[in-house]
Design a binder for this molecule. Structure first.
Ligand SMILES: [Zn+2]
Length: 241
């Protein structure tokens, strides 16, 4: 199971998908115990490029002997308060972490025209490659939204691996890329909950799939715009941010 974190907060986890720094460290300690058991270690990914991931996430990973994959909203880099700078990205890459794209502007890619899609995919990749001086071949889907048209455009733009937010999906080829599902870590995820997901076998994956599909139906019925407003009304961010 591939894990996804968003913002890390030092004092209190104020949003559904932000995680307290102390809990993140406990997650890593728990994952370290897997090394002795032979259970495959999960990939640890971060979405959006929030500065807290650089400030708190990367040092904790390095102390625990892990590397992460950081998916960056390229157009926010050095432009938006609270998000990483180009120097931060270079520092992460030097420390052995992988940098991937999370689009240029965090637009939902399924709602983009062909030209907007090309802009989101190519501009973000070119920016990150210029910044890092190395190839960028992975991308995670803003808001978790994807379809086959988006995957084909990702392949065309030079990406090889695409990450979405479907926890039940095992990595496999689709439309010219490898598509991999991930599980979004929540502020309520304790170490026991994390281990149940990391060790998830067939039955639990079916349960995760059912939960994900219920949420997708609600989102479809409400419409993307209304769904995002619903989240904002609740004082939180849309899922997948
Ligand atoms: Zn996002």
């Amino acid at each position: 199971m591939i894990l996804t974190y968003h913002e890390l907060e030092p004092h209190s986890a104020s949003r559904p998908y932000s995680v307290l720094c102390s809990m993140f460290r406990r997650h890593l300690e728990t994952l370290q115990t897997l090394r002795q058991t032979g259970v495959p270690l999960p990939e640890i990914t971060f979405d959006d490029g929030h500065a807290s991931q650089y400030e708190y996430g990367a040092p904790a990973l390095e102390e625990a002997g892990f590397h992460g994959i950081f998916f960056i909203t390229a157009g926010w880099t050095g432009q938006r308060a609270g998000y990483m700078s180009a120097a931060d990205l270079r520092s992460l890459a030097r420390a052995g972490h992988e940098i991937g794209s999370h689009g240029w502007s965090h637009a939902l890619l399924t709602r983009c025209s062909e030209s907007e899609l090309a802009e989101e995919l190519r501009r973000s990749r070119a920016f990150l490659e210029d910044c890092l001086g190395q190839a960028v071949t992975s991308i995670s889907m803003p808001g978790g939204r994807w379809n086959d048209r988006v995957l084909a455009a990702c392949a065309e733009a030079g990406y090889r691996r695409v990450y979405n937010s479907e926890p039940h999906r095992r990595p496999g080829p689709r439309c010219g890329v490898e598509l991999a599902g991930r599980w979004m870590v929540r502020r309520t995820t304790d170490t026991g909950g994390l281990m149940r997901v990391v060790r998830a076998g067939g039955a639990r994956r079916l349960l995760l799939r059912a939960q994900h599909e219920v949420k997708s139906v609600v989102r479809r019925l409400a419409g993307d715009a209304l769904y995002q407003r619903m989240w904002q009304t609740l004082g939180s961010r849309p899922e997948g941010r």
